[in-house]
Design a protein around this ligand. Structure first.
Ligand code: FES
Length: 173
């Protein structure tokens, strides 16, 4: 029998629940894994998770909507979050913002058409004395300058080399 995308997703979520637990305390760990693998959490995934954990889909939806890092919308393979809080703002956040937008050809809140990069603003990351601070997926960069933006994006782009595997790690200097 042919397995559809939905079958595959449901089967993956069932395996995650078997591994991570089938009660509501496993909700965020499961959501994080789904987001990491599929870069999005759609309504079907939320329904499957809700059924498995015995909770209402509205509850799953509200958790996904509440946490920016779980955002149900599709994001690029690299999600770049720039701190927009006051210390970083005063330390040159706008120059970094402009450089990112110019280099990627998108505005904050958007994803490149090839699905590789998403730009988002974030609130304080606790690195206020080393701003501007930038998060690339789960890796923090501090004292970011427009020149450093170029290096960071180049390191990300190397991951997408001709035969680069989806899971290949990015190496920042
Ligand atoms: S204000 Fe940007 S990290 Fe705190």
């Amino acid at each position: 029998m042919l397995m559809t995308e939905r079958d595959r997703l449901a089967s993956e979520i069932r395996s995650l629940a078997a591994k991570l637990g089938q009660d509501r305390t496993s909700l965020i760990p499961i959501l994080l894994e789904v987001k990491r693998k599929y870069h999005t959490i759609d309504s079907y995934a939320m329904q499957v998770i809700a059924d498995l954990l015995g909770i209402h889909p509205v509850e799953v939806n509200s958790v996904v909507s509440f946490y920016a890092f779980l955002g149900g919308h599709r994001q690029g393979k690299f999600v770049i979050r720039l701190c927009r809080t006051i210390s970083c703002d005063m330390q040159g956040k706008s120059r970094v913002e402009r450089q990112l937008e110019n280099d990627l050809g998108i505005r904050f809140g958007e994803t490149t058409p090839d699905g590789k990069f998403t730009l988002e603003f974030a609130n304080c990351m606790g690195m206020c004395d080393q701003g501007p601070a930038l998060l690339v997926n789960d890796r923090i960069h501090t004292r970011v300058t427009p020149e450093k933006v170029h290096e960071i994006l180049e390191a990300c782009r190397r991951v997408f080399g001709v035969h680069a595997a989806e899971t290949k790690e990015v190496v920042f200097k």
